[in-house]
Every structure is written in C-alpha cells, then in structure tokens.
Ligand binder design. Structure first.
Ligand code: ATP
Ligand code: ZN
Length: 283
C-alpha cells in the first residue's frame, strides 16, 4: 500500500488528481476529506498543504508526494525526486525596482531581500560569497520594495505580470521548478513494486498529455515530404487508399505544433484531415 500526499487545494491540486486518475488511481475527490482510499489501486491519497508534503514524505507518514520542486529544495528534507511531472511550471527569481541599473549579482551586496524561500536564497548567495540580508516573509513578497521593507525580492514567477504591476523587473533566475513526484527513501519491496507500476502508468499519462492523433489523405507523390513533417514514435502509419495515387497517413503530434503541421501538410496536398483526442500512449 502506498500513501500519496498531494496538495489539498491550490495550483497543483487539480493536475495532481488528474494525473493519478489518468494512471488508473481513482478515488473520491471530496474536498473535506483528509485521507481517501483508492478504489482501483493499492493506494491512499492524503490531502495536505504543499509546504507540509516534503516533510511528511521524509518522515514516512506518506511514501510518495506530488509537490513543486521549489518546496522540495527549500525544505531540504531527505527525499528522492522520482520524476518531473510536466506541470506547475514556475521559476524562483530575483527582482528589483524597475528603474534600478543592474550589472550583475554584486548589485545585491548588502541589500535587503524579502522572500518566502530563505534557505534557497541563503545557499545561492553563500556559494557566490556575496553578503545579503534576508528578510523572511510568508506572503505578498512583491509589495515589500514599494513599501520600503526591502530593496529586492526573491519570489516565484510564472508569467511576470505581478512583478510588472508592482514596478519590479526580474534580473536573475535561481531555480526552474515544476511539480515532481517524490518518494521516501525506505520503501518496502512491495511498495517499490507498486511504485514501479504507478510510474509506468504516470509515464504513459505524461507522454499522452498534449498530444493529438492526426489522420489524412495524402497524394502518394507527397509521402516523403509528409513523413518529414510528421516524425512519429517510430514512423507514421501509411495505408493505401482505393483511389489510385493516394494514401492514408496516421500520426501522433504535439498539440502545440498542430496548426503549424496542418499548414505544412495542406501545402503538400493533404486532404480530409482529422484530428482526434488521444487517451493513452503506452511507451
Ligand atoms: P498551500 O495552501 O498548499 O500552502 P500555496 O499558496 O503555498 O498553497 P500555491 O499558490 O497553490 O501554493 O502554489 C503551489 C505550487 O504551485 C508552488 O509551490 C509552485 O510549485 C507552483 N506554482 C506554479 N506557478 C506558480 C505561480 N505563478 N505562483 C505560485 N506558485 C506557482
Ligand atoms: Zn504553500
């Protein structure tokens, strides 16, 4: 039996639930429950604040956790990062008032920096031998410079919009983060087997996310060009059509590249293009 800690609400909750469900770990997502048993996999899901997840996994109260790499790094508990999960992307950045001239990290020498990530920040500047004053604050970090509480901030950024609206500019990225699956270091043999099975399923779920299945008719003369446009897992599937000189081509593409690929395929004569949603890709 594996106990998996996930965020109870907030930015990582929904995608953590979807990832587990997609991997066949189905459970009741009733918001008020704290611990729920999966109906379909030997696992229980424990809902926690994200800050508590690394510690709970390190202690063995849960065997696995889904949490941002930023939290894992900040907390510094002894856990294994088993897999990057491809969501919850953000970065931890240093930002300063936008009218300041910035010529490098020495700018920060002797400056007061507000952050909710004091450990990562302390380590970063200690490595560089630059003395800074770190002021720990648990929220609203971005308002501290204009409120005269700090000279600079070290905070999570995903789009940068919050920085701009607070008159700040990003000058250094210290950590690139995304949601990760972490595990306790001492799993039993049985838990390791369950983890392998879960990983296999999550892998398939991660691969199939953001992919589309594409079918089209293509003049046989354009086939080589079409195959160049569509590098599939091995190669696209090609089937002859009853109509002379035409074939049917099937392939999987990244959703992000879909329209670009379709444009190129139309240019070489593709017709009757169908785009289908994909459920699973088993690697
Ligand atoms: P909790 O109540 O669980 O402590 P929280 O307020 O600390 O919630 P959220 O804002 O839900 O946390 O963020 C959870 C995680 O989502 C972050 O630790 C980070 O890994 C990731 N994340 C992705 N984009 C952002 C962003 N723009 N701002 C904050 N966190 C982000
Ligand atoms: Zn938190």
């Amino acid at each position: 039996m594996l106990r998996i800690a996930i965020q109870n609400k907030g930015r990582l909750n929904e995608e953590s639930v979807e990832l587990l469900n997609g991997g066949g770990v189905e459970f009741d997502n009733a918001k008020r429950k704290y611990l729920v048993k999966s109906r379909t996999f030997p696992a229980e899901v424990l809902y926690l604040r994200d800050d508590d997840i690394p510690g709970v996994v390190a202690s063995g109260a849960a065997q696995l956790g889904i949490v941002g790499l930023n939290e894992v790094t900040e907390k510094g508990f002894d856990v294994k990062v088993v897999k990057k999960l491809g969501f919850g992307y953000c970065r931890l950045c240093l930002a300063i008032p936008k009218n300041e001239v910035y010529e490098g990290l020495n700018y920060f020498a002797g400056k007061r920096i507000a952050t909710s990530y004091p450990n990562i920040l302390r380590r970063f500047f200690a490595d560089k031998n630059i003395p800074v004053e770190i002021s720990e604050i648990s929220g609203s970090v971005e308002i501290t410079p204009s409120a005269g509480m700090a000279d600079a901030i070290f905070d999570i950024v995903s789009s940068g919009g919050t920085l701009v609206s607070n008159g700040l500019k990003e000058v250094e990225t210290v950590l690139e983060s995304e949601a990760v699956l972490i595990s306790n270091n001492e799993l039993t043999a049985e838990q390791n087997e369950e983890l392998d099975e879960l990983l296999f399923r999550i892998e398939s779920e991660c691969i199939s996310r953001g992919k589309k299945y594409l079918l089209m008719n293509i003049p046989s003369a354009s086939l080589d060009k079409a195959i160049e446009i569509l590098p599939a897992m091995r190669s696209p599937t090609v089937m002859p059509l009853a109509a002379e000189g035409w074939c049917s081509l099937h392939s999987v593409v990244d959703a992000a590249q879909l329209w670009d690929k379709i444009k190129k395929l139309k240019e070489i004569g593709a017709e009757g293009i169908l785009v289908l949603n994909l459920d699973k890709i088993i690697p």
